[in-house]
Design a protein around this ligand. Sequence first.
Ligand code: E4P
Length: 217
Amino acid sequence: MKFFVDTADVPAIAELNELGMVDGVTTNPSLIKKSGRDILEVTKEICDLVDGPVSAEVTATDAETMIAEGRKLAKIADNIAVKVPLTWDGLKACKVLTGEGNMVNVTLCFSANQALLAAKAGATFISPFIGRLDDINLDGLDLIADIRTIYDNFGYETEILAASIRTANHIAECAKIGADVITAPPAVISGMVKHPLTDKGLDAFLADIKEAGISIL
Ligand code: E4P
């Protein structure tokens, strides 16, 4: 499964990238705002840093302007994935931009029907938002499973990019269900390493190393 990092924080991306944990990056207007950076500048910096797809989201809501923005974003680097919202105009923009050879990430997906439309519009990635469904007492992971079934039933090649991931458990569950990609904040990805039995076991080993005076170097 591919790991995308859901942030516009360049040092955080660089740190995970050095460990080989970054297969791509996703940003959105809220993450760009949080970075305090100019969208074009920070996106270029991220594209230079990572080899995989870097999602940069349009700001318009009408297809014509989304297409113009998407063309401009795509010029930043070869690894740009233009991110468009899952609206009728977003689907129109998706169709045109993928037809021109660009990667397109269709975002803000909250239903299997929306995911079906995105696949038919030729989306490279579909981004179902798990956490925001969980927030309203629905099961975001159920949506990932439904989309997996539908895409496999008909052989759609659109990659399922599980988004709005809030916990390390979401990532393991997405891997079991068969999401192609997860995108998560850096802290959630690094948090995957934590297990209380690892900490407990290491404490016991360290105590024995001290007591026995074990040394290697
Ligand atoms: C994905 O592309 C989105 O940027 C992101 O995962 C949304 O996450 P949130 O619901 O935690 O804001």
